[in-house]
Design a protein around this ligand. Structure first.
Ligand code: ADP
Length: 482
């Protein structure tokens, strides 16, 4: 069971700390030990429909607050999250598994999105357009979309929620949130703090339960005017279809297949640091994790050797133990995918240079792994591994690297390492991706627009653009003739 110390943050009607008599609840497990942490309510269709109506009522009043009032409420929430950073991180690590240092970082990042959009709330501005008719005045207003919904993944149980709900609330929308079934506790803890911060009841409603059932009810509702989803491209497609009848607005942050390109003229240590940060954060379970590492022939041996050395220094284990850098993978399916990618690559000539095995049959830890001599014919070139596997490809020319990097239906994040500023621009512009890291493996922050092109999604989160996803443009035409 989760330590009693954290019960106050999880003091929510949907959570119990003893197995409920009926099976109308989902058990949340400790990611490292498999022990039960708590149980969360399974929201039925009727419960979701009732929540949508409560959200609608709450939004009708919330949109009337001044932007300053909404900004102040968000700032209160931000402060409370920071005040509870350690406890929130402990809850996050318990249910998700990432090392505590990363969990603390994620809570800091979640808070930073709330602060950022508190600041942005006051900068939602309209326009007055010059008219071609002397007697006309043309005005553009930005108004909140209304009731919105979010479906979020387990890999960032706090940050993915914060970067959706913060712009929604800043804009004057309300939000219903369906967290991943593996990690609902962080969502509830954030909601508990939102209430303490003075945010009106029901502007944030967390809806744990069966993903398919809750998702379908949210998507099919006429009242919900927008859905923001982060998760797999496969599920994104289903949700898009389910939202089609009600012509819902959509923000989709879907799968990636991030290339890292290391050129001969790169600073090798910088490149190795970038590869390690991008590949092994959250045990390789982020949508912007390096999935393919392309290294130019002249530095292939040197970079590979340094990556192998660094991977051998990683420590796998329970995220609460000091010095651990790699937590468990989320489930057996995740393990199976990493194994399948390794097996496929090795059967076609790749070599395992580090790791390669699961740690034990009765848990979901996997050794951080490096493969060399990887080619475009292997599954790792086309599919997102979402695990601690670094496949190292070799290339000769810049054109070849750009072609291989773009040869995917995904377009989320890409990374390049080169000291040449001309090449930084040239390759940066040629890559068909929503985000490009140049000489860095870490690109995500609240100030910048996060999102993908092609089948990696629609819309942007964070930045000055992120709030636009929660606003409608209204045009008013005034005729002054009397
Ligand atoms: P992952 O493979 O990272 O778990 P998913 O796309 O399966 O990514 O899950 C992301 C989120 O989508 C989770 O909250 C999950 O519960 C939810 N989800 C999965 N399948 C569906 C579905 N058919 N309808 C609605 N939500 C879903």
């Amino acid at each position: 069971m989760i330590n009693q110390k954290y019960h106050a943050l999880l003091n929510h009607a949907d959570i119990t700390f003893e197995a409920p008599a009926s099976n109308a609840a989902i058990q949340v497990n400790d990611a490292a030990t498999g022990d039960a942490l708590a149980w969360v309510k399974t929201h039925t269709q009727a419960a979701v429909e009732a929540a949508i109506l409560r959200s609608q009522q709450a939004q009708a009043a919330f949109k009337k607050l001044t932007t300053l009032q909404r900004a102040d409420l968000l700032m209160n929430w931000y402060q409370l999250i920071l005040k509870n950073q350690e406890d929130l991180a402990q809850i996050l690590t318990a249910e998700q598994g990432k090392p505590l240092a990363e969990a603390r970082g994620e809570i800091g990042s979640a808070a930073s999105f709330i602060r950022w959009f508190a600041e942005q709330a006051r900068r939602v501005e309209g326009d007055i357009l010059p008219s071609a008719q002397a007697q006309q005045r043309l005005l553009v207003l930005k108004q909140p979309i209304g009731v919105t919904a979010a479906i979020t993944p387990w890999n960032f149980p706090a940050a993915m929620i914060a970067r959706k709900i913060a712009p929604a609330l800043a804009a004057g929308c309300s939000m219903l949130i369906k967290p991943a079934e593996q990690t609902p506790l962080s969502a509830y803890a954030l909601e508990v703090l939102a209430t303490q911060a003075g945010l009106p009841a029901d502007v944030m409603i967390t809806l744990s339960g069966d993903a398919v059932a809750v998702g379908k009810t949210l998507c099919e509702s006429d009242v919900v005017r927008k859905l923001s989803f982060t998760g797999s491209t496969e599920v994104g497609r289903i949700l898009m279809q389910q939202c089609a009848p009600t012509i819902k607005k959509l923000s989709l942050e879907l799968g990636g297949n991030a290339p890292v390109i290391v050129f001969d003229d790169a600073n090798i240590e910088q490149a190795v640091k970038g590869i390690m940060a991008s590949k092994f954060r959250n045990s390789g379970q982020t949508c912007v994790c390096a999935n393919r590492v392309y290294i130019q022939a002249g530095v292939y041996a040197a970079v590979s050797q340094r990556v192998i050395e660094e991977v051998n220094k990683l420590k796998t284990g329970d995220g609460r133990v000091d010095g651990v850098t790699q937590g468990p993978l989320i489930d057996e399916e995740a393990i199976a995918k990493v194994q399948a990618h390794i097996q496929d690559a090795v059967s076609q000539g790749a070599k395992v240079q580090a790791g390669g095995q699961r740690v034990a049959a009765d848990n979901t830890f996997f050794e951080p792994t490096v493969l060399t001599d990887v080619t475009q014919a292997m599954r790792v070139a086309r599919e997102e591994t979402f695990g601690p596997l670094a496949p190292l490809f070799r290339f000769e020319t810049e054109d070849e690297a750009v072609f291989m990097a773009n040869d995917t239906e995904f377009g989320l994040a890409a990374y390049i390492f080169t000291q040449s500023s001309a090449r930084q621009w040239r390759v940066g512009e040629a890559l068909e991706y929503g985000m490009v890291g140049i000489n860095t493996g870490l690109i995500s922050n609240e100030v910048s627009p996060f999102g993908g092109i092609k089948q990696s999604g629609l819309g942007r989160e964070g930045s000055q653009y992120g709030i636009e996803d929660y606003l409608e443009i209204k045009y008013m035409c005034l005729d002054l003739s009397e």
